[in-house]
Design a protein around this ligand. Structure first.
Ligand SMILES: [Zn+2]
Length: 365
């Protein structure tokens, strides 16, 4: 959890006021630190131990918002939960690339005789409407409606009997990082309102909410619940400064995948490669950064466009990742040039590939 403290430090640090060169240096240091911690023997063994005990693969579909950090909020070792992040938390399994990546990820689990718990998340703030999801114009109902539609798509693809892939709709209340599980027959468990962290309680509770959930998945969902309750307690004791959550200082546009190191709230706009229309979100993202500059929230000396793709294997896979990043970077750059030529002049473009085994971000100069 050492590196997670770094996120919190970064949240407080006034990095957004520094010149663009320093900000970029800081960002790549953050990624380097993330990789170093991920590669330590302690972290490696913690992952091994966790997976030996809880073999279910956990996939999370979530908004790119930096506040939604499920490993941190459930006290799960890094690298266990597989995130799919996209701007606005919007997903459609009909998008060809999203369907492909999700299908491949599920297949990897099945080949290892593992089942899959798929958390489909939305987020909101209980204390201030304006701290809700900007992607849905802070409209919680619209976000909930969307995730239930995604759940239907998951069932259409992976089956209604839920024996291999179990989709769970899950809310995330960002003031206290509380998870809200949505079960069958409109049953809801808000973890901010439950104190019991005994295994017995949670086995019964989850069984009541998800009657057809395989025992293995159910047992592996328990530590997510109990970890979250313990984390909520920590947050309450820490007296988090929620005002920071409403201050927008985005100066980075990330395009692609491999940004797990980046969970500092409101500094980056992450556009996953999943939707066939990434041009629209890129244009919107530049508009946000331009407005941040005009409001004096960030310096006017530049912003960063970072394109990244992960690779699993050296050789062919890495070469493909390089070309993907290059394409994404060039494409985003063209979109920005057309929509905001004056902003294009302020853009610093970097492309990178991410080594999935070490989480090392290899940035091309
Ligand atoms: Zn959001």
């Amino acid at each position: 959890m050492k590196e997670i403290n770094k996120y919190i430090d970064a949240r407080e640090a006034n990095i957004t006021k520094k010149p663009i060169k320093d900000r970029i240096k800081w960002l790549f240091n953050l990624s380097k630190h993330h990789s170093e911690v991920y590669c330590t023997s302690e972290a490696y063994l913690a992952r091994k131990r966790y997976l030996a005990k809880h073999p279910t693969m956990v996939i999370v579909l979530k908004c790119m918002d930096g506040r939604i950090h499920i490993p941190y909020a459930t006290k799960t070792p890094l690298g266990i939960i597989k995130p799919f992040r996209n701007i606005g938390g919007m997903f459609n399994l009909g998008w060809p690339y999203l369907g492909e990546v999700l299908y491949n990820t599920v297949n990897t689990a099945i080949n290892d005789s593992r089942r899959v718990l798929l958390l489909i998340t939305y987020h909101y703030s209980k204390g201030n409407h304006n701290r809700g999801c900007a992607g849905f114009n802070h409209d919680r109902e619209a976000a909930v409606k969307h995730v239930f539609e995604v759940k239907k798509q998951v069932e259409y693809i992976f089956g209604q009997d839920h024996q291999t892939v179990y989709p769970v709709v899950c809310g995330f209340e960002t003031d206290e990082d509380a998870m809200i599980f949505h079960g069958e027959n409109k049953k809801v468990a808000n973890l901010a309102e439950i104190k019991d962290t005994s295994k017995e309680f949670w086995i019964n509770k989850l069984r009541e909410m998800y009657p057809d959930m395989p025992d293995r998945i159910l047992s592996d969902m328990v530590p997510l619940a109990t970890g979250n309750i313990s984390h909520i307690e920590d947050i309450r004791n820490s007296h988090r400064n929620l005002e920071l959550d409403t201050v927008h200082r985005e100066w980075i546009i990330c395009v692609g995948r491999g940004f797990d190191f980046l969970h500092v709230p409101n500094i980056a706009l992450i556009i996953g490669p999943y939707s066939p229309d990434i041009g629209g979100p890129i244009t919107k993202a530049v508009g946000i950064i331009k407005s941040n500059m005009e409001k004096g929230m960030i310096p006017k000396d530049g912003f960063l466009l970072l394109a990244s793709s992960p690779y699993n294997e050296i050789g062919v896979d890495r070469a493909r990742a390089e070309l993907k990043s290059q394409f994404l970077g060039d494409y985003a750059s063209e979109v920005i040039k057309k929509a905001y030529p004056e902003m294009h002049k302020l853009m610093v473009k970097k492309t990178a590939v991410l080594n999935w085994h070490t989480r090392h971000l290899e940035v091309k100069d």
